[in-house]
Design a protein around this ligand. Structure first.
Ligand SMILES: Cc1cc2nc3c(=O)[nH]c(=O)nc-3n(C[C@H](O)[C@H](O)[C@H](O)COP(=O)(O)O)c2cc1C
Length: 220
């Protein structure tokens, strides 16, 4: 595996083909990602991988919730606000998305429809829901973050596209009605994965990264 190439080529895919992946490919992905480091080798991540009619049913329930305007109630609170550079970066990537799909500023209806795509998993044939034991606290979630990165990079190396989605953790009670995620665990996010629609405009742009001098301090 070429990690640098994978990092260069990976992007958040927001339109997938319906084509399902071979079981062997998913197993290889899981075996590879399982080698991720974790504190005390606790390997706190657990995956609930959903496909087919089970995924359709879950999507239906989540879309219903979002359409009704149910207030998100994630196991781990989403940020209340983004300020300063975080607000700026968030705004830029949002603008890139809306520009790519031709949504004009202030078009509430189309913006809402695009947001709902989260709950349709952007058409992906598979979604892996990631959860972490509540007992392991923030460090459990940190280890899961490493796992998510391994998963996405390994997938990329095999020609599989991915997107991590915190949005699908908005309504954990609904997710638990469909999947047996224990109440002793926090649902963190999902990773939708499959083959991307390369030519779709939503997959046409790439996000920027901050210059190194703005994120690293060096001491000697
Ligand atoms: C933990 C996590 C949660 C995310 N949640 C969402 C989400 O709910 N919906 C979405 O469209 N993108 C989501 N993203 C994708 C980010 O917006 C994306 O990674 C970021 O803008 C950088 O773009 P890139 O992945 O194309 O490099 C998430 C990414 C991460 C790592």
């Amino acid at each position: 595996m070429n990690v640098e190439r994978s990092l260069d080529n990976r992007f958040s895919c927001r339109k997938f083909k319906s084509e399902v992946l071979e079981d062997g490919l998913i197993q290889d992905l899981l075996r590879g990602a399982q080698k991720t480091a974790s504190w005390c080798n606790t390997q706190p991540w657990a995956l609930d991988i959903v496909s087919g009619v089970a995924l359709d049913a879950l999507s239906h329930s989540l879309v219903e919730c979002a359409r009704r305007g149910d207030i998100p109630n994630p196991d781990i609170d989403f940020p209340e606000q983004y300020v300063g550079v975080f607000k700026d970066r968030r705004k830029v990537c949002g603008l890139q998305l809306y520009e790519a799909v031709g949504i004009q500023r202030g078009d509430v209806e189309k913006t809402q429809e695009q947001l709902l795509e989260n709950f349709r998993f952007f058409g992906a044939p598979h979604v892996a829901f990631i959860s972490t034991p509540i007992d392991l606290g923030l460090y459990g979630a940190l280890d899961c973050g490493l796992y998510i990165s391994s998963f996405m990079l390994l997938a990329q190396e095999s020609g599989i596209n991915t997107i991590a989605q915190a949005a699908v953790a908005s309504y954990p009670d609904i997710v638990r009605q469909h999947l047996s995620i224990e109440s002793s665990r926090n649902l963190l996010c999902g990773i939708s994965f499959g083959y991307g629609e390369d030519s779709h405009p939503v997959n046409s742009y790439r996000t920027e990264r901050e210059a190194i001098e703005n994120i690293a301090n060096f001491y000697s």
